[in-house]
Design a protein around this ligand. Structure first.
Ligand code: HAM
Length: 429
């Protein structure tokens, strides 16, 4: 029979990689909890409108990368290409802004889908962890969000992360900037790529993200947003930079950073990290402030700020820099039945240790040599072996072997948990 392979741009996660993802995700979640964010789980499927209105018609995501299809009921649906717009749909639909203290502080984790060209660090199905802080316009809400992202990356052991920040200003700043860009690109646009021609009409800011080398050369001479900021936006950005300094969060201002999603205003940021071997996976996380997203989705005018990490990229840099070595899985007890007759008794001991003792227990189901069973116990990083033969069954006991010390003794089954508790308690001291 023909083998069926995974879909292009997707990847399976198994073995040590699963442990790596679990470790990274639980670190991210626990730090978000410390920052008083609460978990939310919006659906993977949304109406296409959530993203065309939310992320914006001029973004590459909406123009080219969405998995959009008609379902059997004729609804135009999209597999979410990001979380932020879907979370805002949830907030508006459930009027969460009206019944809760603001800001609403949410974190989330799960797969997202973008029809991009697969390459290093770029998948069509990948996982994001992120947060959104919705309903407060203070620059300190932006700062809290950036501090959370930075703390997560430091806690994972990444040193020398580059935080790039910029401001896109308020509506007035961006309107003036768009006009200036239109004027500048007017004389070049005929020689630029087809995408840029469309971007010029839809939103000239998007031209700044063009990846075509010849167009990038032209972009280098384009006006900078910093020259078009309103006084209020300038003042806000100064507050952001001052706060980053006080909080000892190193950053660089990148006045070319505009982000590819249309909902941003004021502060935007990206985290970059080059692994020690010099591999660059692109931004490992990014985000910013958004002023009008809630309105675009039919809600009141409440701003928000958030970021998302690409879990695949974070796991890749940790793996490259050998920062995952301490997360090997361990087993408390590996049970070794010496015969078919010992299987049932072994199962009883396993259930007792797991359900009453709370121990992590695995057992061998194969009729194999004792030496092989010890090898398996070693591979599973087991602390103890429990060996069960006919003698032990007759005496309601087991042989308990400390695999590090290589010492063993016979222990009555009703004393086994007590014995293990004593060992693990002394380990903790
Ligand atoms: P984004 O920059 O589109 O922002 O994606 C966030 C992160 O997802 C990127 O920095 C990158 O690490 C990862 N990522 C993006 N595309 C891929 C891909 N094809 N394969 C693997 N990883 C990828 C957002 O999604 C915004 N929703 C962030 C945000 C939240 N802004 C405000 N709140």
């Amino acid at each position: 029979m023909e083998i069926i392979n995974n879909v292009k741009g997707t990847h399976d996660i198994f073995g040590d990689e699963t442990d790596a993802y679990d470790y990274v995700e639980s670190m991210m979640k626990s730090i978000a909890e410390i920052y008083a964010f609460n978990g939310v789980r919006p659906p993977v499927l949304e109406s296409e409108k959530v993203f065309s209105r939310g992320v914006g018609e001029s973004s590459d995501i909406v123009r080219k990368e969405m998995y959009t299809f008609l379902d059997k009921g004729g609804r135009m649906l999209t597999l979410r290409p990001e979380f932020t717009a879907g979370i805002m749909r949830m907030v508006v639909q459930n009027k969460l802004y009206a019944t809760n203290e603001l800001p609403l502080k949410f974190y989330y984790l799960g797969p997202v889908f973008r029809y991009e060209r697969p390459q290093l660090g770029r998948y069509r199905q990948f996982n994001q962890f992120g947060v959104e802080s919705i309903g407060n316009n203070s620059p300190y809400s932006d700062i809290e969000t950036i501090a959370l992202a930075y703390t997560i990356l430091c806690s994972l052991g990444l040193e020398g992360v580059t935080l790039k920040v910029n401001t896109l200003g308020d509506d007035e700043s961006r309107d003036n900037y768009r006009k200036a860009l239109k004027e500048f690109f007017a004389k070049h646009i005929d020689h630029m790529c087809e995408d840029c021609k469309q971007r010029y009409e839809l939103n000239p800011l998007r031209i700044l993200d063009c990846k075509v080398p010849e167009d990038q050369e032209i972009v280098k001479g384009a006006p900078k947003i910093s020259d078009y900021l309103s006084e209020a936006s300038k003042a806000r950005f100064i507050q952001i930079k001052d706060a980053l300094e006080v909080l000892n969060i190193p950053y660089e201002v990148d006045d070319g950073l505009v982000r590819g999603l249309d909902y941003y205003s004021e502060t935007v940021f990206e985290f970059h990290y080059k692994s020690k071997a010099g591999v660059d996976y692109g931004a490992i996380g990014a985000g910013g402030h958004y002023g009008k997203l809630m309105q675009e989705l039919g809600g009141p005018e409440l701003p928000g700020v958030g970021f998302s990490f690409g879990i695949e990229r974070v796991v890749s840099v940790l793996k490259d820099d050998n920062l995952l070595k301490d997360i090997k899985k361990e087993l408390d007890v590996y049970i070794m039945p010496l015969s078919e007759e010992a299987m049932l008794y072994s199962q009883e001991v396993a259930v007792l240790l797991r359900n009453s003792g709370g121990y992590k227990v695995d057992m061998c189901f194969d009729k194999t040599k004792l030496g092989n069973m010890f090898k398996r116990a070693g591979n599973k990083n087991a602390k103890f072996a429990v060996i069960i033969g006919e003698d032990e069954i007759n005496k309601d006991s087991v042989i308990l072997k400390d695999l590090a010390k290589q010492e063993q003794e016979e222990v009555k089954v009703d004393k086994l948990i007590e014995k293990l508790d004593k060992y693990f308690d002394s380990e903790e001291e």
